[in-house]
Design a binder for this molecule. Structure first.
Ligand code: UD1
Length: 421
């Protein structure tokens, strides 16, 4: 298993190109199942989750090709409606193929993704939403087996809890349902707006994405489209924090501050200066040591849970006491014991962490349990004195395109080492 070795203490200086949003690209790729015409996606990030999803789509009969920096997905004919366990377990979001397959083929057999290191992460909201559209879904030997014999039918659905995945999943299925669907208490993430824009380009009738309710008028069929994936706001936020953490200065290209309101508010209060440039964003510290600030994760437009771990790395050496609250996922403080091994002073009480800024972190071998926790440890390694070795690099590969190269090009002393962890 590969690992990443970092010698901390060098300020990052230079430019980093931001990739397309992983969490948007994955759903857009799934949307290719809704039409027999090719869907062309620009700015798809080269990350392992995308590769894993391509494998699943290929298993279903989709022909995936790369043409001039653009991913072309052709689901001209669906060869199979079975998404097997061995492929689904590698990438949770692949459960989202269930709804589009039901909408288009009226049947599907999709493995349940199983547990995850950041909590139990059930898919009950997805299933109830599809059932409300008339699908019959049963669990058989670890598989969700769905039928929609007479086709899906539009419905008025209020989600009991806000879920990004369930909103996207049911919105996609409803595009081909008979009649009107209204989704209420929906997630409002930019990735949902991006998906809705692409579906509309494919011929779907969708209004209200990004707001409190989404109205979808089902159509007989969807066609092909060409669509550019939005910039990855989490990758952007991560590199903003990397620049601030190392007291460096970075220009982040092909991105913007548009989708980062709550995170940028917190960072500016801490003493990070962020400004828009004509190529993206420039970031540096405003004046000296950062100050501790509080942040509480919440559905968009709140502070993103996917930046909580990185924020904690930043706060480990800020001046004062920072309170970080995790309100989206249980068990998303797995990075805390690792940060403490590097000398951080953190106390966890349920879903809250109190971080007392220390003068310095010290490098250590560390182990990460999920994608964002891994990158938090990379940030900690960039700040720390001495060497940090981050094990289980495959988590980072899932969601960060060429992380070592991007940081290395800005002066970080970082290298990927192959070998057993
Ligand atoms: C997506 C993102 C993930 C991000 C999260 C929250 C992708 C591939 N992943 O995950 O990076 O951290 O949004 O912004 O886009 N829940 C249920 N039942 C369900 C579905 C969700 O109880 O059927 C719960 C979850 O356990 C969690 C909360 O709802 O506590 C929010 O999860 P959700 O918004 O669905 O996250 P994902 O779509 O899985």
């Amino acid at each position: 298993m590969d690992r990443i070795a970092i010698t901390g203490g060098t300020p990052l200086k230079g430019e980093i190109a931001i990739a397309g949003a992983k969490n948007s690209a994955l759903k857009l790729m799934v949307a290719s199942l809704l039409t027999d015409q090719p869907l062309e996606l620009e700015n798809v990030p080269a990350v392992a989750d995308v590769t894993a999803l391509v494998r699943i789509l290929e298993e279903l009969g989709v022909v995936a090709t790369a043409q001039a920096g653009c991913m072309r997905l052709d689901a001209g004919s669906i060869a199979s409606t079975v998404a097997p366990y061995d492929l689904v377990r590698k990438m949770r979001a692949s459960v989202l193929v269930l709804g589009p397959l039901l909408a288009r083929c009226r049947q599907a057999r999709v493995s349940l993704p199983g547990g995850c290191a950041i909590g139990t992460r059930p898919v009950d909201l997805h299933i109830h939403g599809l059932e409300a559209l008339g699908a019959e879904i049963v669990l058989d030997q670890g598989y969700l087996v769905g039928h929609a014999r007479g086709g899906l039918v539009g419905a008025d659905i209020r989600f009991p809890q806000v879920s990004v995945g369930a909103t996207e999943h049911v919105m996609m299925a409803a595009t081909l349902a008979r009649g009107v669907t209204v989704l209420r208490n929906v997630a409002r993430e930019p990735e949902i707006v991006d998906l809705a824009r692409c579906l509309v380009a494919m011929g779907a009738r969708i209004e209200g994405a990004g707001g409190e309710a989404i109205r979808i008028e089902g159509v007989e069929r969807l066609g092909g489209a060409r669509h550019r994936v939005i910039p990855d706001r989490i990758e952007t936020g991560t590199y903003i924090m990397a620049a601030a953490a190392t007291d460096g200065e970075l220009e982040l290209l092909d991105t913007s501050l548009d989708h980062l309101g709550a995170a940028v508010d917190a960072l500016e209060r801490s003493g990070v200066a962020v400004e828009a440039t004509n190529r993206g964003i420039r970031v540096r510290r405003a004046n000296g040591r950062l100050a501790a600030v509080d942040a509480a994760t919440a559905p968009y437009p709140g502070f993103p849970t996917d930046l909580q771990a990185q924020m904690m790395a930043l706060m480990t050496t800020a001046r004062g006491e920072s309170h970080l609250e995790e309100n989206i996922f249980e068990n998303r403080f797995m990075h805390v014991p690792e940060l403490m091994r590097m000398g951080a002073d953190i106390q966890v009480h349920g879903g809250s962490a109190i971080v007392n800024g220390v003068a310095r972190l010290r490098g250590a071998p560390v182990m990460a349990t999920d994608l964002r926790a891994s990158v938090c440890l990379v940030l900690a390694g960039l700040i720390a004195e001495g060497e940090t070795v981050v094990n289980r690099v495959y988590h980072l590969d899932r969601g960060y395109e060429r992380l070592v190269e991007k940081l290395g090009a800005c002066g970080a002393l970082i290298e990927r080492q192959s070998g057993s962890a």
